[in-house]
Design a protein around this ligand. Sequence first.
Ligand code: KIV
Length: 272
Amino acid sequence: MSAAKNDYKRITVKTLVDMKAKGEKISMLTAYDYTMAKIVDGSGIDVILVGDSASNVMAGHETTLPITLDQMIYHASAVIRAIDRALVVVDLPFGSYQSDPKEALRSAIRIMKESGGHAVKMEGGQEVKESIKRILNAGIPVMGHLGLTPQSIYKFGTYTVRAKEEQEAQKLKQDALMLEKAGCFGIVLEKIPAKLAQEVAESVSIPVIGIGAGNGVDGQVLVLHDMLGMTHEFHPRFLRRYMNLYDDMTKAISQYVTDVKSVDFPNENEQY
Ligand code: KIV
């Protein structure tokens, strides 16, 4: 068992709320496939997010907008087959919940039924309140996502820090209170000033998980491929790289190419 693991056998949405009440920080990472999810779950992570960042990381799209509900279900099913312990939260992709609450509920039900995910995450505050309520009424746990909301990238035009201005900060605080009141079990805050994120975390009893939101929140989330250094074009200030897998993998693969070409591989012990 990894030293990072706490004593919880299985993480539920209630575990996360209890962890916040006890002042225990929550760890969250993305995963989109079976092999990675197996490693992440076995390392003691509390929450795995099947993020719509799969659109960038797995499919090479410039934004998160193109990924479909079917593709999210495919990724989430693979992750679910790998996990023993973590709570698995699945992003509702762009276009699967914005038009009306009934469509939002249908999309959330498909994720729960077809992938076996444990909860859904959706971006936005007041604008998606009715959809959130409808999904929650069906017994599906919902995590909110405020601050930088990549599904609205074309509205904002940039990926810079959000809610630096008072008006946007006030709206974000109100949205966080609304999400708590509606019954969400947690909120992701992306790329906002640390002071504001801490204020939000202190104003609600549900866990607030930050990405680029400082350390005054209840937990942290990163994109797995970024923190492992597999992606190397992306280097925002908030990202800590724990490995440089891009270089390590490049070295290993180049060595393999050399070995094949020089007939060093396979050797006598590597054949039948
Ligand atoms: O899709 C994603 O990976 C996310 C995280 C950045 C929070 O929403």
